[in-house]
Design a protein around this ligand. Sequence first.
Ligand code: SAH
Length: 393
Amino acid sequence: MERVKIVLKSGKDQSPRRYHPWIFSGAIKKIYGTPVEGDLVEVYDNKDEFLAIGHYQPGSIAVRILSFTRVEPDIDFFRDRFRKAISYRESVGLLNDPGTNVFRLIYAEGDDLPGLIIDYYNGVAVMQTHSVGMYRLRREFASILKELLGDKITAVYDKSEGTIPHMSGISAVNEFLYGNSDPVVATENGFKFRIDWTTGQKTGFFIDQRENRKLLGEYTDGRSVLNMFGYTGGFSVYAMKNARLVHTVDSSASAIDMANENIRLNYGDDARHESFKVDAFDFLNDIKGKYDLIILDPPAFAKHQNVLANALQGYKRLNIKAIEQIKPGGIIFTFSCSQVVTKENFRKSVFAAAANTGRRVKIMHQIGQPVDHPVNIYHPESEYLKGLVIYVE
Ligand code: SAH
């Protein structure tokens, strides 16, 4: 069967010529044929020159590009992409690190596999597909993982139910594609975490804060630590190593249970840790002088460009509360994981917050996402996590 051909408007070839992996619907002049969501389509400029091949999707992002050269995206093609992603992680020391067996194995555009996320939890690979094209290939991906990782893979779980586009009409069912496993206990920098991909958010754990949690550990000695938006207690577990006290706050009861359990796994019953199931903004109303290290890692305040201004206000409000009330000489780890909030915008929000309080603030570190969430240089959108570590005099 002839493959569907998509021709771009004049000038709209600039983006794929610079290897940006998305074709927006507005760039399309004509579609020759009637592609079904998830089909492979070829993209041409308006002089009929081949530009790319990718997965079709009706909607704002019309094509997620797999290759800018004329290749057949068959099983060998994907095996090769997986091999590259795995050898990258091997080369940065993640694949055989005795202290860490939790990492992101495939990071979508960052690994030239748009629409596909695979996280690795001590033998269990948890997959989330964000496009029908990738979802259709899930079983092949499970076989490739087994083939390339052998004994390192005990099970592959697909958790695409909530991630493939609603409009596609596909009702994905979360299931094991290979093997079976109960929740696992995995290690990150020597700390233990129980990971439950079935009940947890996203694939079960926020792997992207690994390097920042390690950095936090350098500043916790003897401090009173407040971990806001704690989720599974990642930052709290690192802080507990030598902090005077650690308080974990989250509005979700299941998150608080997970955080408590992870503290217990590493420290048993330790009275230095306490958790609070409460709304962050309420909790922050009355913390004056109680803490000298605060972590602010809220969920994405902006999912779309059109709510950007509100999101920036949200970050500002949150940071004002922390900067205003932290003890003199305190440190704040403050983050934004909204893709639409740029590093500059986030820094401006924190600046505006600091100015509002009138306190002297120094930037100690400007941080972001770890090596297993590599930013595709042609796809700035793959950089989403930004953080500042600030010192408040
Ligand atoms: N810092 C965590 C990840 C945070 S995810 C880590 O390192 O793993 C964001 C968390 O914020 C979620 O657990 C969610 O339940 C919680 N949350 C969302 N809105 C909240 C609110 N208004 N008050 C308190 N917690 C909230």
